[in-house]
Ligand binder design. Structure first.
Ligand SMILES: O=C(O)C1=C[C@@H](OP(=O)(O)O)[C@@H](O)[C@H](O)C1
Ligand SMILES: C=C(OP(=O)(O)O)C(=O)O
Length: 452
């Protein structure tokens, strides 16, 4: 957690003078869009990605793949496969990958972890660089694993960005042990490209803990969706071992689900104002960790129900006017922690959030950042070895610093709904995954009566 550059603009977080009542259409999932792009780029035939998320993280992924030779055409189209989907779509046309190129990963974990394995298949050097924070985020497990699998990588001996993958046009692949306790993305990264390695890949996790399991399930699910053969622990395989067989991947027509983790601040708005928010197209079956919000926010005092219409299934979440503290292990759903912490700071009893030590290595040190920023508004939060203790106290206005972390900006905005005078530093940082956040937030509040 480092202080951001001298006072990027302060955004007066809108205050809700009544219960929020809104329907909020949430853009596509970052995690699904970036996996979809990688898998389509590695396929043996063209594919479609419909309703992709267009945000900094996904545009960086698309740009990097384009630089390596993949065709990604943005179109507005109607589906040819009959689900009636219309709207924005990306046509992905795979081709031989080439270097030399330079890839900007920004601060996108998915780009900095998922693309080095792809780059081993290029026929020249691919240099990876990014934001200053990307140099601090762990990557050593991916680098070491790729070397074991046959890749040549220059990384200045630091095991992190910047680095150059000297693609040789193909990679041997085979079996490798990794410690993925710092990020599930290490496992996902190796699996996503594994079918294109000569011998496929076998990844054995040997670390103490493994965070964000739903994201690994998402990787397995999406690989199977493009025809890959995957053995994994949850369908009878060895514990902590994943195998992807070598083979061609199919080009698919994939419609991206709404980003349920980005639905979080809007559901939280219903919870903290005692209002009601509906999110259309909430998937009934999904691997997204954000689906756990139905249970978590219900435990914190709300009620949720699915509403079916002819066109879609919506999730409607209703606040009851009460907000309860919780004691939760969030290791599976770490990216939900900032939003849960914000709601917990407004609850009627203390909360303990556990299992998220790895959040110290996310966009910022999220445990330190949440503690400092909530406490500067009058809160009482302490860091533990692997999480936070949050004892609610009356909060007051002030600047909520965001440390170039999109989820800090949305967490501060949740508090600002019910605490007057909260100002969010650099709300534009939400562009990482939700570029339209300020407008969506203001629109949501339009019916509730709001003021800065
Ligand atoms: O694979 C993915 O799409 C993600 C995995 C998780 O990473 P960690 O396992 O590093 O927490 C999550 O926090 C991140 O937002 C997205
Ligand atoms: C941890 C996150 O992102 P990244 O994909 O950069 O790891 C996040 O979005 O909360």
């Amino acid at each position: 957690m480092t202080e951001s550059s001298p006072h990027p603009a302060l955004w007066p977080a809108p205050y809700a003078s009544g219960a929020v009542e809104a329907t909020v259409t949430v853009p596509g999932s970052k995690s699904v869009t970036n996996r979809g792009l990688v898998l389509a780029a590695l396929a043996a035939e063209p594919g479609w990605l419909r309703r992709p998320l267009r945000s900094r993280d996904t545009l960086l992924m698309a740009e990097a793949l384009r630089a390596m030779g993949v065709g990604i055409e943005e179109t507005v189209s109607s589906s040819s496969t009959g689900d009636g989907t219309t709207g924005e779509a990306w046509r992905v046309i795979p081709s031989g990958l080439h270097g030399p190129v330079t890839v900007d990963v920004g601060n996108a974990g998915t780009v900095m972890r998922f693309l080095p394995p792809v780059a081993t298949l290029a026929d020249g050097p691919v240099r990876f660089d990014g934001d200053p924070r990307s140099y601090e985020r762990p990557l050593h497990s991916v680098i070491d694993a790729l070397r074991v699998l046959g890749a040549r990588i220059d990384d200045d001996g630091r095991g992190s960005l910047p680095l150059t993958v000297h693609g040789g046009g193909a990679l041997d692949g085979g079996a490798v042990e990794i410690d993925a306790s710092a990020s599930s993305q290490f496992v996902s990264a190796l699996l996503l490209s594994g079918a294109r390695f000569n011998q496929g890949v076998e990844v054995r996790h040997v670390g103490s803990v493994l965070p964000s399991m739903p994201h690994i399930r998402m990787t397995v699910d999406m690989l199977r969706g493009v025809g890959a053969q995957v053995d994994e622990p949850e369908t009878g395989g060895e514990p902590n071992v994943w195998r992807v067989s070598s083979g061609a991947l199919l080009g698919r027509d994939l419609t991206v689900e709404p980003d349920l983790s980005n639905a979080q601040p809007f559901l939280a708005a219903a919870l903290v104002t005692g209002g009601r928010v509906s999110v259309p197209d909430w998937p009934v079956r999904t691997t997204q960790p954000g689906d756990a919000l139905r249970e978590i926010f219900t435990a914190m005092g709300g009620l949720c129900e699915f509403t079916e219409t002819a066109e879609s299934t919506s999730l409607t979440f209703t606040g009851t006017g009460r907000i309860h503290g919780v004691d939760l292990d969030l290791s599976e759903v770490g990216e939900l922690t900032p939003g849960i912490a914000a709601v917990a700071a407004l609850a009627d009893s203390p909360s303990t959030l556990r299992g998220v030590a790895h959040l110290r290595l996310h966009e910022t040190d999220r445990l330190a950042a949440l503690t400092k920023e909530i406490n500067e508004l009058g809160g009482d939060v302490t860091e533990t070895a692997d999480g936070l203790h949050i004892r609610p106290r009356p909060l007051h206005g002030g600047v909520f610093h965001t440390y170039e972390d999109h989820r800090m900006a949305t967490a501060g905005s949740i508090i600002g709904l019910v605490v007057k005078g909260v100002e969010i530093e650099n709300v534009g940082t939400t562009a990482k995954t939700l570029p339209d956040f300020p407008r969506m937030w203001t629109d949501m509040l339009a019916g509730a009566g709001s003021g800065a």
